[in-house]
Each structure stands twice: as structure tokens, then as C-alpha cells.
Design a protein around this ligand. Sequence first.
Ligand SMILES: [Zn+2]
Length: 462
Amino acid sequence: MVGEKAFPVKIGLEIHGYLNTDEKLFCMCKTDFLDSENNSNVCPICTGQPGNKPMAPNSAAIEKLIQIALVLKSKINEKPLVWQRKHYNWADLPKGYQTTISGAHAVPCATGGKFKGINITEAHLEEDPAQWNPDSGKINYNRSGLPLVEIVTEPEFSDSEQVVEWLKALVLSLSYIKAVRKNAGIKVDVNVSTYGERVEMKNLNSLEKIRKAIDYEIARQIEAHDNGEVQKRETLAFDEKLGKTIKMRSKEGAADYRFIPDPDLPVIKIDKKVVAKIKANLPEMPEEKLGKLLKKFSVGEKDAKILTRNLELVEFFEKLSEFGIDPQKYISWITIELLRVLNYNKMTLEDEDVEILPEHLAELIKAVSKNEITVLKGKQIMNEFIPKSFSLKEHKGEISNIDDVAIENLCKQVISENVHVVDEYKGGKDASLNFLIGQVMRLSERRADFKVAGETLKRLIK
Ligand SMILES: [Zn+2]
């Protein structure tokens, strides 16, 4: 029955992303939790030790939150924002409460807004709990106190495909403002309702998991409905190995968290002028970049889409265009060659140890288009541009095309060393010529002109 839409599927999301700040929300510990040893970025504040109070909230986190709200076209609240203590008793929460701007008495940081056709309910800021490993019983406090953004949507999605595409677009837009930590991923709580009350699935941390969980849960709810069951409001966990949702706990009401305003933290008032300033400095979003590539640079749609999928890549292209080369002619050097070498080395332009300068690639493209070096040599040099590119100036002697006399000498050598293949070619096997040309290219270290090599071989063999 799925797909016939005889039932009203409603899906809503709560998306948690790690804000891209250097320091935690209420202390000065570093936020890099992916590459750090367990419990190396901790202090008495973020480990909840008695007698310690939070520092004033990290203003960089608030700034990032405003940027996100602006991208979502949300309204930033002018009322004072009050930090709340959300109490629960769990191993990952040393203070016994999580500090958040949400909950029973809270005014959300931003409300309303729309992103790609889906209405936004609210966006707010909170701290991450620590990471508890139920198998070892150990706790890693590196994550404790990291600033998180929570974005809540209206339940307006109707299937998993729509959710996944929307989340991809959201993550891309947030990457353009560098508001959310890349690689740290997002955690999404998904609520799904069909015939009965909504069911929430917590902490889905990959698009694939989200897709599977939604598909499974819709089918499960329909089947339960057909069996006469009435769906109550509940929270389920999606078990990826089993491929199904399992009972977690019945959903707490807000009262269970005993929200109280945090007496240790000042009320925040977001200044209109600050918002206006941040708005004026927002960078171009993916759609604007795409439009610019299509119109200003006349890049084909397929290439333009490849470029805009990655901010560093599209910015690299824009910088490259400042070096006086025709964008349409050189586009494949980025969308094919540059991506090829990066993917091969499992690297990206934003990796710290990767340093490829647009002026060096511009030099390379110019040398190829002026026929100073062969396309094959150019591609080989691209391989050597990882992790660090270089100017070709000092290498001219080693990379420039060899002249026709040198090519003829190499052709003679290849012919004498491959008598058998030459005979095959003479016998009508055209593909054998390609093998011979390949040998010339190899001996010349890719510095022989491909066409000249082919013509010379033909002339000599006749
Ligand atoms: Zn700390």
C-alpha cells in the first residue's frame, strides 16, 4: 500500500548539528573531538565538578546560530533568551542537567522560516552531553559542552526520499556559511505519523539510516493499523542490524525534565544591529553560486552542479577564472582531473595538508593549451600536485614537449624493439599502432605529441 497515499504520512525532523566554533559553549576547552584522545579537551566546568560555574556563553556559537537562522529565513527573537536547565539522570550528564535554550519556559532563538519548501518551527542552541559507551562503561567528556544547534521542522515531509534530499540541501547550505562542523555529521530525530499519534526515532546519524528507519516505520504503522492497533505517542530506536524500530521508552512530557531557568547564566538579548551586520556579510548560497556559474561563466549545468556541491571547489574555480583562461575550456581540469587526483588520494581541498594553488593549475592549463606540454604530461603533473602544487617554471626542461626529431628517434627505437607488433599492424591490426604510440609516450615520459608520434610511426612503418 505504500506509495498509494491513501493515508496521511507526516514526517517532521529535529536536526542537531555541531556548531563550528573553536571553544565549547561555557568553557574554553577545544571543540575538536574527532581527532582528540578521550578526555583530553576537558576542564572542571565541562565535567560538571562541584563548585564550578559556567563561563558566559560563547559568542561565536550565538553568531553561528544567527547565521543559520538567517539561511533558514527564520525570525530571530528580540525577546530575552533564557538558558534552561533540562534535568535528567544519565551517565552522559555530569551536572544532572543539560543547558539549553528550549523547553517549557523558553523562548526559542529563532522561529518560523522556510527552507526548500518546508516550514521551520524553531532553531535554538544547547550543549551536547558527554559520550557514554555502554559496552565499556567509560565516558568521554570531550563532547560535553559542545555547542549544538537544533533545528525543528514542521511535520511536512511525506516520504523518506524527500527527507534525504532536503537534508542534503540543508547540510550543503550550512557548509557554505561554515556554521556546522564538517565530518562531525548531524544527528536527527525523526517523527513519523500515519494513522495514529506520532512516533519519534532518536539519534539517526546517517542519511541511509534515516531513509531505512522512515521506510520501515511507515510500513510498520500501516500494518499495525490494518491489524486494528491504535498507535500511541512513543519513542523508538532504529536498530540498523535488525533493520527495524524497537521500543525505547514512552515519550516523556516536558514536565519530566523539570525545566528551570539557569541562575548561573545571563539572559541573552540579540541586538538587531548585530543581526543586520551578520546578514550583510552572509556569503553566497549554493543557488546563487549555481546561477553565477551558468550565467557569468557559461559553465554547463552538469559541471556547475558538480562545482556547487562543494564550497571549496566552486571557490577554487572562481579564483582560477581570475588568471585569464576561458572557463569553458578548462572546466574539465577541475571537475574531472582535480577531483580524480583528490579522490584517488582520499583527500579534499579543505584538508589541512592539501595546498593546491589556483595559479599553479592556471599555469599548467596554459602550458597545455599553448602546446608546450602534452595533455598526458599535464595529467601526470596533476598527480604530483597532491598534496602541494608547484610552479612549472623551474621544471620546464623536464616537462616540455620534445621536438619532432626526438620523436622520430624514439619511434625508430620502438619499431626495432617491437618487430612482432609492427608485423601485426602491417597485417591489418590497427589497434597495434596504439600500443606502439603508447611505447613512444612511455619512453618520452609523456613528452611526445601523441598525434606526431602516430604519424611518424605510420610513415616509418610503410
Ligand atoms: Zn571545559
